[in-house]
Design a protein around this ligand. Structure first.
Ligand SMILES: *Cc1c(COP(=O)(O)O)cnc(C)c1O
Length: 229
């Protein structure tokens, strides 16, 4: 199966779920998760019209970005503070801000690079201790203190549901996405130039339907675009 065909199949799945949820056509963006995948496959996806790519390791971002600088590169994995600097010049959106210390570091490096960096706050919605993320209380505190970080713009929230091993898990996964949506709706009340709650990054190859039902604006799809890892 070609990458172009996979992309068109996944776009159909997204569109079907969008319609089934009674949402506006085209309101869900596809982020192609290219982690571990060779640049040749990413170029194939780019040639087929895919512009947004997500990676979970900084070294893959710094390796791949120069080869395809016209793509929009997203960081979706846990980010170490010491690795922030290397991605700051080109990163389009950091989905995985999971602590205030990390946010402070991103702000400092963004200031040094003379840019404002767009970020999402990652919330831990799955109750699995292995998954990183802020809880709602910490996320709220961080937003209340956003004045301290003038080189950050918070554009929304990101979350991962627990692994869906069968359709029987669907209601649990959907309830976890609903939790993220509630935080998103609550945080929309913030009135600050550097907080614009517009993006809800949730849903992967196995659970994009549940995520779109709960209001995802961006789904992060790896396996269904590039094959298994
Ligand atoms: C790998 C990954 C994805 C994509 O998962 P697939 O199941 O391959 O679609 C999405 N989000 C994050 C944070 C990931 O690490």
């Amino acid at each position: 199966m070609s990458i172009a065909k996979n992309l068109s199949n996944i776009q159909k799945r997204i569109e079907q779920a969008t319609q089934a949820a009674g949402r506006e056509s085209g309101s869900v963006k596809l982020l192609a998760v290219s982690k571990t995948k060779p640049v040749a496959l990413i170029q194939e996806a780019f040639a087929a019209g895919q512009v947004d790519f997500g990676e979970n390791r900084t070294h893959e971002l710094t390796d791949k970005h120069p080869i395809l600088p016209a793509a929009r590169w997203h960081m979706i994995g846990h980010l170490q503070r010491r690795q922030v600097k290397e991605i700051i010049p080109f990163i389009h959106l950091i989905h995985s801000v999971d602590s205030e210390r990390l946010l402070a570091k991103i702000d400092r490096e963004a200031a040094a690079a003379d840019r404002v960096v767009d970020c999402l706050l990652q919330l831990n919605i799955s109750e699995e201790s292995a998954k990183s993320g802020l809880d709602e209380t910490n996320a709220l505190a961080l937003l209340e203190g956003i004045e301290q970080y003038p080189h950050i713009r918070i554009l929304g929230l990101m979350g991962m549901a627990q692994f869906k091993s069968s359709e029987a898990d669907s209601p649990i996964v959907q309830a976890q996405f609903a939790r993220l949506r509630r935080a998103f709706e609550q945080f929309k009340a913030f009135d600050h130039p550097h907080i614009q709650m517009q993006e809800l990054s949730m849903g992967m190859s196995g659970d994009l339907e549940e995520a779109i039902t709960e209001g995802a604006t961006m789904v992060r799809i790896g396996t269904a675009v590039f094959g298994g890892r």
